[in-house]
Write a protein that binds this ligand. Structure first.
Ligand SMILES: [Zn+2]
Length: 129
């Protein structure tokens, strides 16, 4: 089956061929087409739906338990989130980046298009100096 975006898409008001582009919203990449004349954008329907699912998942708060394993603590990441990342990124590494983002807050980086922990640290250092 061919993708709708593999076809020529004409702007309904200008009748010009729309050009493809990628938009990033909260680290989420969406395919879109843009009319060079009137600048109207159409999001890929599948990506738009996935983005909706993502925002719904983002709103959710999960209460997870910390378990003592060896010398560290382990936290279970809800299957819903892992499956979503797996489906979207297609490949998911077993290694994730963890950083102590701010006091009382940890962040996990699954290699998605989010700013690097080190970049954040650099920003914080700049702000202090
Ligand atoms: Zn147009």
């Amino acid at each position: 089956m061919t993708d709708i975006f593999d076809n020529k898409i004409l702007c309904k008001s200008c009748n010009v061929e729309m050009s493809p582009l990628e938009l990033t919203k909260s680290g989420f990449v969406l395919r879109a087409v843009n009319c060079p004349k009137c600048n109207i954008r159409i999001l890929h329907p599948k990506d738009e739906q996935e983005y909706k699912n993502f925002t719904n998942l983002r709103k959710k708060q999960f209460n997870v338990k910390m378990r003592f394993v060896g010398n560290s603590y382990a936290v279970s990441i809800p299957k819903e989130i892992v499956n979503f990342i797996k489906d979207h990124e297609r490949i998911m590494d077993d290694m994730v980046k963890l950083c102590f983002e701010e006091f009382g807050r940890l962040s996990l980086d699954f290699g998605c298009k989010t700013p690097d922990c080190n970049d954040k640290l650099k920003e914080d250092i700049r702000r202090v100096n």
